[in-house]
Design a protein around this ligand. Structure first.
Ligand code: SAM
Ligand code: SF4
Length: 341
């Protein structure tokens, strides 16, 4: 039997133990599904993601968009293209638009202001995922109506974080996340599973941090080695451990919005369905327009490429129904703790 209290209290030794084996998985998965149903219900929220630029000034060792990668055709969508795409997403009935990119200073504070203001007119929630920007920018964009900010902490091990992000620190990443929280954003953290050198203890630290931050959104996916990066020969994350971490995240932060990630679906054709069964309650259909979509190439084997631009919407709705869950029709804000039984 798993000790639920120890998981909820993020007992680091206990977490390390249950993360290091698949012995408890059946019970962890069942508990995560029950907690999901109790705290956030059976609705799965759709978030339409526009990956609007694959330029990046950063050097994250794992990522295909890193500045040093010369084997990538770079693109930037114009503000008009982004707004047009957002209109189409709103017409499809999706109530959250996620704007994601590499860290790309081409998009100035003012350009993002204009994009946010235009998209807010469409009666949708906006999630930004632009990497680290200035605290002043976060403040201005929040005032203009941006609702959420996604910025994974990537790993809560300070040593591993420093190795993967030359010249940067976990402390700095956390400072950004706490500032986003302070400004009133629904704040998304999260991490990769299967990073080189990552231990069960490191993964336990990830759960401790999610609880400490009280993350509103939690993105967890397997690390997938990219041949155009320094980590090309690494092994990468496996399905079972990634599902275990998603389920444990649900138990640790019961009301968080947790996506069944694209990376999970990329390492196994049924990966996202399993994610939804074991605690996830969000899907992010890819609505990046072609011809750009294939070039947002974080890792090889990324699903949903070359499809008809909007095919992912029907596909994800079908997926939600196939696991017996309901397609959410609202904005999908985090459920407030007060309303919990
Ligand atoms: N640039 C922004 C940032 O870093 O927050 C947003 C875009 S970034 C590409 C989105 C996420 O992709 C990262 O947080 C990282 O976890 C994930 N990612 C990057 N490379 C990956 C890889 N090789 N395998 C799995 N996930 C990866
Ligand atoms: Fe850039 Fe984000 Fe990739 Fe890092 S993870 S290289 S910041 S796009």
């Amino acid at each position: 039997m798993i000790d639920l209290k120890k998981i909820q209290n993020v007992d680091i030794d206990y977490l390390t133990h249950i993360i290091s084996t698949d012995r408890y998985d059946e019970e962890i998965f069942k508990t995560a599904d029950e907690i999901r149903r109790k705290y956030v219900g059976e609705e799965v929220h759709l978030r339409g993601i526009i990956e609007f630029s694959n330029y990046c000034t950063q050097h994250c060792l794992y990522c295909g968009l890193r500045a040093e990668n010369k084997n990538l055709a770079r693109y930037r969508m114009s503000p008009e293209e982004i707004i047009e795409r957002a209109k189409l997403i709103a017409q499809l009935g999706i109530k959250t638009i996620v704007l994601q990119s590499g860290e790309d200073p081409y998009y100035t504070t003012e350009m993002m202001c204009e994009i946010i203001q235009q998209i807010k007119k469409l009666d949708v929630a906006i999630t930004l995922s632009l990497g680290e920007r200035t605290f002043e920018e976060y403040r201005i964009w929040k005032e203009l109506g941006a609702d959420r900010y996604l910025m994974r902490h990537e790993t809560a091990s300070p040593q591993l974080y420093a190795k993967l992000h030359p010249g940067d620190s976990l402390e700095n990443r956390k400072a950004h996340l706490y500032e986003l929280k302070r400004l009133g954003y629904e704040t998304g953290a999260g991490f990769m599973v299967g990073l080189p050198g990552q231990t069960p203890y490191d993964l336990a630290l990830d759960l401790v941090f999610l609880k400490e931050l009280d993350a509103d959104m939690i993105g967890i996916g397997p690390f997938i080695p990219n041949p155009d990066t320094p980590l090309k020969d690494a092994t990468g994350g496996d399905l079972q451990t990634t599902l275990r971490m998603i389920a444990l995240a649900r138990i640790v932060v019961p009301t968080a919005n947790i996506p069944a990630t694209t990376a999970l679906g990329s390492i196994n054709p049924l990966g996202r369905q399993y994610g939804l069964k074991y605690g996830a309650n969000v899907i992010m259909p890819n609505l990046t327009p072609n011809p750009y979509r294939p070039n947002y190439s974080l890792y090889p084997g990324k699903i949903c490429l070359f499809e008809r631009d909007t095919a992912c919407v029907e596909c994800t709705k079908h997926m939600i129904k196939s696991v017996g869950l309901i397609v959410g029709e609202g904005y999908g804000y985090r459920k407030k703790t007060e309303s919990l039984a």
